[in-house]
Design a protein around this ligand. Structure first.
Ligand code: HPA
Length: 275
């Protein structure tokens, strides 16, 4: 049962969450481009309430990388390399239930993977940088410890946060058909997005605690009153980003001080990433 104590936390900003300076109390200390075996990643370092933090934009500076081309392995590796032991992520999602309208925050606890040809693993059989064949347990993919810290932070801050849900990940970049949305709901999905997988999987492969706060930006196709547009998504994120950053600012200093049930890192990673 790992505890992350005051090890740095990684924050992956999804659509509309581009500036760690919006976090209350964030003090920037560094800006760098991290080199990884998968490519380079711009990072902003800082501190929030005594907690060291590394921030990255999932879609790159200026949101120029579409979901199916995000360099998920480089992003996770870069954070791990900086000594991060827990990652919080934000994600814009569509809702599969009319009861979760645009503006709702959802703390997902499961996922369904409907992505296409993305590389979903560091254990790619090639021997480098992580060797061997490895099958990683994914029974409970999101960190229970960080999830309860986020719930407590929401309660303290009077922020409405739906406590659980299943994230359906599609390949994108297109939105879904109305039939897909109906099918995903019947399968037990709560929200749908394009980036949650393989991010959560790669975090677990590195032994990182990981949690995602989803922001519902629209009802899924067929539930929404008309066609979906990216502007619908960005408009709702812009309107709700203060609520999201308030939640993160409140949770970040508190998380990781208690044990959780996330499996430890594979043996050959136990020494940590270092810098
Ligand atoms: N579908 C997939 N991804 C999304 C959506 C959606 O409706 N809204 C925001 N991201």
């Amino acid at each position: 049962m790992p505890t992350t104590d005051l090890a740095p936390v990684g924050l992956i900003g999804g659509t509309g969450i581009y500036d760690p300076g919006r976090l209350t109390g964030f003090v920037p200390t560094a800006s760098k481009v991290a080199d990884t075996p998968y490519g380079s990643v711009p990072l902003t370092g800082g501190e929030l309430g005594g907690r060291p933090l590394w921030f990255l934009n999932r879609h790159g500076p200026g949101h120029h990388v579409p979901p199916h081309r995000v360099n998920y392995r480089a992003n996770l590796w870069a954070l791990w390399q900086e000594g991060v032991r827990a990652v919080l992520a934000t994600a814009a999602v569509g809702s599969l239930e009319s009861a979760l309208p645009p503006g709702t925050l959802v703390l997902v606890d499961q996922f369904l993977d409907f992505t296409g040809p993305r590389t979903r693993t560091f254990f790619d059989g090639a021997g480098a940088p992580l060797p061997g064949v490895r099958h990683t347990d994914m029974t409970a993919p999101y960190c229970a410890g960080w999830r309860s810290v986020l719930m407590a932070a929401a309660e303290d801050g009077g922020i409405k946060l739906s406590p659980s849900g299943t994230y359906v990940c599609t390949e994108g970049p297109r939105f879904e058909t109305a039939a897909e949305i109906r099918a995903f709901h019947r399968l037990g999905g709560t929200v749908v997005g394009m980036t949650g997988v393989p991010e959560v999987v790669l975090a677990r492969e590195l032994g990182l605690c990981y949690a995602t706060v989803c922001l519902v930006t629209n009802l899924g196709a067929g539930l929404a009153p008309g066609p979906l547009t990216h502007e619908d998504v960005t408009t709702v994120v812009a309107a709700q980003q203060t609520e999201m950053t308030r939640l993160l600012s409140q949770a970040l200093p508190d998380g990781g001080r208690t044990a959780c049930f996330c499996p430890a890192a594979p043996d050959h990673l136990m020494g940590g990433g270092g810098t």
